[in-house]
Design a protein around this ligand. Structure first.
Ligand code: VGL
Ligand code: ZN
Length: 209
């Protein structure tokens, strides 16, 4: 029964001042480091888009961030340009302890489809390799934290359950976008309905630290 910690998208563009800033997103770095010290297997996901990614409003003349379009058959929220491959905005937060990260999983590289989950693109057409990696490592239980609660954290945690992992959301080490009021509590409820269990940084440290 091996356990792994999954750090979702702790990247500069999701931090205050970044291109797709998540409120208080930077407050997740310190608890992420504390937890990472308590796990022998730490995986970080990284949103990693080409500059012309079709999830960007800038790729759709006349459209603004926050609008929803049909993108090759899937509903797509349009975002500001963010996490462009090999730019500082796509780097991990500078305070994040990179030395504890065993594996980095990059996602969102196909310009035609977004990838909120760390496991699959939004159409579940292509796997990122995260599930295979975790299974090879003998992992059965995941602790998920990071950004953003209502997008990449939510879909990573829900896919983890669907794939058969026992999945814990480290709720106080997540922050959300909250495009609409109520989106963050709705995401927590959706995860809970899907079978994601909820815990806190202190509870995980008491058990593992
Ligand atoms: C994310 C929107 C667009 C996330 C990534 O990390 O939650 N949200 N790309
Ligand atoms: Zn993105």
């Amino acid at each position: 029964m091996r356990e792994a910690l999954i750090l979702v998208d702790l990247q500069n563009d999701f931090m205050p001042g970044g291109a797709l800033a998540v409120r208080d997103g930077d407050q997740v770095a310190a608890p992420a480091n504390r937890l990472a010290d308590a796990f022998d297997l730490v995986v970080a996901t990284q949103d990693w888009h080409p500059r012309d990614h079709e999830s960007f409003a800038a790729s759709h003349p006349g459209k603004q961030p926050g609008e929803v379009v049909d993108l090759h058959g899937l509903p797509q929220v349009l975002w500001p340009v963010h996490c462009v491959q090999d730019t500082p905005g796509a780097d991990f937060h500078p305070a994040l302890n990179r030395a504890r990260i065993t594996k980095v999983i990059r996602k969102g590289q196909d310009r035609q489809i977004d990838s909120y989950s760390g496991f699959f693109d939004n159409g579940r057409r292509h796997a990122t390799g995260l599930a295979d990696f975790l299974r090879e490592q003998g992992v059965t239980t995941l602790y998920v934290l990071g950004l953003a609660t209502d997008y990449c954290v939510k879909w990573t945690a829900i896919d983890a359950v669907r794939l058969g992992f026992t999945t814990w959301l480290v709720e106080d080490a997540c922050r959300g976008v909250g495009l609409q009021p109520g989106d963050i509590p709705a995401a927590l409820a959706e995860m809970q309905r899907a079978g994601v269990a909820r815990t806190t940084v202190e509870a995980v440290l008491r058990r593992r630290g």
